[in-house]
Design a binder for this molecule. Structure first.
Ligand SMILES: NC(=O)c1ccc[n+]([C@@H]2O[C@H](COP(=O)([O-])OP(=O)(O)OC[C@H]3O[C@@H](n4cnc5c(N)ncnc54)[C@H](O)[C@@H]3O)[C@@H](O)[C@H]2O)c1
Length: 330
C-alpha cells in the first residue's frame, strides 16, 4: 500500500477523509490538537480515537508552523516513500480572523509553506491543499463563481490567508515543479462536522432550547457541500497530480440561511430531537468578514474526475442529524 500524509487529520474533513482512505493507503496523520473550545476539542479526541483503531494509521502530534518540521520527517527514512500530502490543517473560520491574525498567519501561511518545503524535501511531487470559497469575496455576478472568477477582494483575514496559499503554491510550482492541487471548498457539512458552523450551531441551539441567531437577517446564501462528496473528490484527485485549482461545491445546494434553519428545525422535530415550541430566532447584521452569498460551479472538477458533488441538501442534513443523535445519545 502507498503511504499518504494527511494534515489536520483530527479535524472535520481530515478525519472523514482518513476514514475513507485508510482502506487503500497507509496514513500518517498530523495535527497539533489545538484547543479551541470544549465541544470542538472533544470531537477531535473522538475522531482520533477512531482512527487509532486502524493498524495502518500513524498519528504525529505536531504544529506545522514549527520550522523544524523537516527534522520530524528525515529524508533518509521518508524520501520517495510518500505518494502525496493532503494538507487540510488550518485555522478555519472567517469571523474574528483579523483579531486572531497571528494564529491564522502561523497555521495558514507559515504552516502551509512548511508543508510545501517538506514535499520538496521528501521528493513528493503532489500536494492537495484546502483553499476556500471565501477567496471570491462578495459575489456580484449572477452566474456561479468559477475558478477564473475574480479573487482580488477577499473580505476576511482568513480569506486573505487562503488566497496567499494559492499564490505560494504557484511559486513552488514555478521553482520546484511541485504539483499543487488547490481545493476551494464551499461550506462543507455532515457527520463529525465543525461546531462553529451554522448548521451545527442551529442543532445545538435547538436541542438545548437556546435562541438561534440568524446573521444577515438569515438572507445570506451558502452553497453547501456534503462531506462524503468532498472526500470522494479528493480520493479521485490523488491519481491526478496537476497544478490546478478546483471549486468543490455541492450541486443545487445553495440555500438562504433562514431556510436552512427551517429545514433543520422541521427535520429535528420529525426525529424527536427537539420540542415543538422554540424561541423565535434573533435576527442580526452580517458579521464582519462574512460574505452575502457563495455559489460555485464544480464543472472543472467534473471534467477532470468525472464526479460531481451532488448529495441533496435534505439528505445530507438527515445524515448529520442521525449522526448527532447517536453521538450525543439523544
Ligand atoms: N469545513 C468547511 O466548510 C471549509 C470550507 C472552506 C475551506 N475549508 C478548509 O478545509 C480545511 C479543513 O477544514 P475543517 O473544516 O476540517 O477544519 P477543522 O478545524 O475541523 O480542522 C483543521 C484541523 O487542523 C488542525 N490544525 C490547525 N492548525 C494546525 C497547525 N498549525 N499544525 C497542525 N495542525 C493544525 C486543527 O487542530 C484541526 O484539527 C481547512 O484548511 C479549512 O480552512 C473548510
Amino acid at each position: 500500500m502507498d503511504t499518504i500524509i494527511i494534515t489536520g487529520v483530527a479535524g472535520f474533513i481530515g478525519y472523514n477523509l482518513a476514514e475513507r482512505l485508510i482502506h487503500s493507503y497507509n496514513i500518517i496523520g498530523v495535527d497539533n490538537m489545538a484547543y479551541d473550545n470544549p465541544m470542538s476539542y472533544s470531537l477531535k479526541l473522538s475522531r482520533l480515537d477512531n482512527l487509532k483503531k486502524h493498524s495502518n494509521f500513524r498519528f504525529m502530534k505536531y504544529d506545522l508552523s514549527d520550522k523544524y518540521i523537516l527534522d520530524v520527517f528525515p529524508g533518509e527514512y521518508y524520501k520517495n516513500k510518500i505518494k502525496c500530502i493532503i494538507h487540510l490543517a488550518a485555522k478555519a473560520g472567517v469571523t474574528d480572523s483579523l483579531i486572531h491574525s497571528d494564529e491564522y498567519v502561523n497555521s495558514n501561511i507559515i504552516g502551509f509553506t512548511n508543508i510545501l518545503k517538506l514535499a520538496v524535501h521528501l521528493g513528493i511531487d503532489h500536494v492537495i491543499y484546502a483553499s476556500s470559497s471565501s477567496v471570491y469575496g462578495d459575489k456580484f455576478e449572477l452566474t456561479p463563481s468559477s475558478e477564473t472568477s475574480n479573487t482580488d477582494h477577499p473580505k476576511s483575514f482568513y480569506a486573505v490567508t487562503k488566497k496567499c496559499s494559492e499564490l505560494i503554491a504557484d511559486l513552488f510550482n514555478k521553482d520546484y515543479g511541485l504539483n499543487c492541487t488547490g481545493l476551494r471548498f464551499f461550506s462543507v457539512y455532515g457527520p463529525w462536522g465543525r461546531p462553529d458552523m451554522s448548521y451545527f450551531k442551529f442543532v445545538n441551539n435547538l436541542v438545548n432550547s437556546e435562541q438561534v441567531t440568524l446573521y444577515g437577517y438569515g438572507e445570506s446564501v451558502r452553497n453547501f457541500t456534503y462531506i462524503d462528496d468532498v472526500t470522494k473528490s479528493i480520493e479521485l484527485l490523488i491519481d491526478k497530480p496537476k497544478h490546478k485549482i478546483y471549486n468543490v461545491s455541492g450541486l443545487n445546494s445553495s440555500i438562504k440561511i433562514k431556510d436552512l434553519f427551517e429545514l433543520i428545525r422541521i427535520k429535528a422535530l420529525e426525529y424527536n430531537m427537539i420540542k415543538s415550541d422554540i424561541l423565535t430566532p434573533l435576527n442580526c447584521e452580517l458579521r464582519s468578514g462574512d460574505v452575502n452569498e457563495t455559489n460555485g460551479s464544480s464543472e472543472e472538477l467534473f471534467k477532470d474526475i468525472n464526479y460531481l458533488p451532488s448529495t441533496k441538501l435534505g439528505d445530507g442534513i438527515t445524515e448529520f442529524l442521525y449522526w448527532y443523535r447517536n453521538y450525543y445519545c439523544l
